[in-house]
Design a protein around this ligand. Sequence first.
Ligand code: PGA
Length: 304
Amino acid sequence: MNITLRQLKVFERVAHRLSFTRAAEELFLTQPAVSMQIKQFEETVGLPLFERLGKKIYLTRAGDELYRLSKTISQQLEEAEQLIEELKGTDGGKLAVSVASTVHYFAIRLLADFVRRYPKVKVSFKVTNRRGLLQQLDDNEADIVLMGQPPQELDLVAEPFMDNPLVVIAPGAHPLARTKSISPAQLKHETFLMREQGSGTRSSVERFFSEHGFNISGSMEMNTNTAIKQGVEVGLGLGVVSLHTVERELEDGRLVVLDVESFPIMRKWFMVYRDGKRLSVVAKAFEEFVRAEAKRYVSSAGPQ
Ligand code: PGA
């Protein structure tokens, strides 16, 4: 069989997603380009690899066998790549870091200093929410992920490296801005600006609200911390965000942290990678850097 690595890669993505459209998106290709690659691949193999039933596609028996094989080949290629990276050491090499949208406020400065220390390293830096990060770990797209605590049932190595306090924020001129020990019940009628489904911050806040009998149906949804901060600033409502995302606004008085009982909700930041993943020399250097330096990038790291 005269198949190319490119065909194999496209096939693997389509087989993994069982969708030409999603595979095309992930590979930055058009859908017709993906269909063409698959068609050529099937011609080379001499058997259909997918079958269409209604709107869905499924792997045929041959497709299933080849999918298993293509995963082994990709893994071996990745190992070969790792080996080359190892030979390059920190003098070159690549590092793929993905971080929670909430982490990027300090992670970008941390990364800048890491790159200053290892200027030859090529870095890919992706920012997404918790759900997106778990997907990336599943797809083996990142060397190291910085995020909230991952689910324990997944095969991941997760090391806490810093506290992540969630606080209630309000505009500087809010009537409760100077009140001490506000009870959560006093906030029941406030509108809250909530992060999108899939955000780790949102799940923690939802848990807190349901424990305190809040009905959050009156809340407003926004998909970035920046939108929440700005929304709170212009008086749309209150927000619950990581203290690490609002340090500047607190400093210049645009926002205040309300003194609400049971707050901060104390979470932790974790450094995460897939169990069994062989970290390259660069990834190990980054891991060490985060362990030693991360706390310097926030003014409120708290004890470990
Ligand atoms: P997120 O980050 O709210 O941006 O998803 C926090 C987390 O990973 O828990």
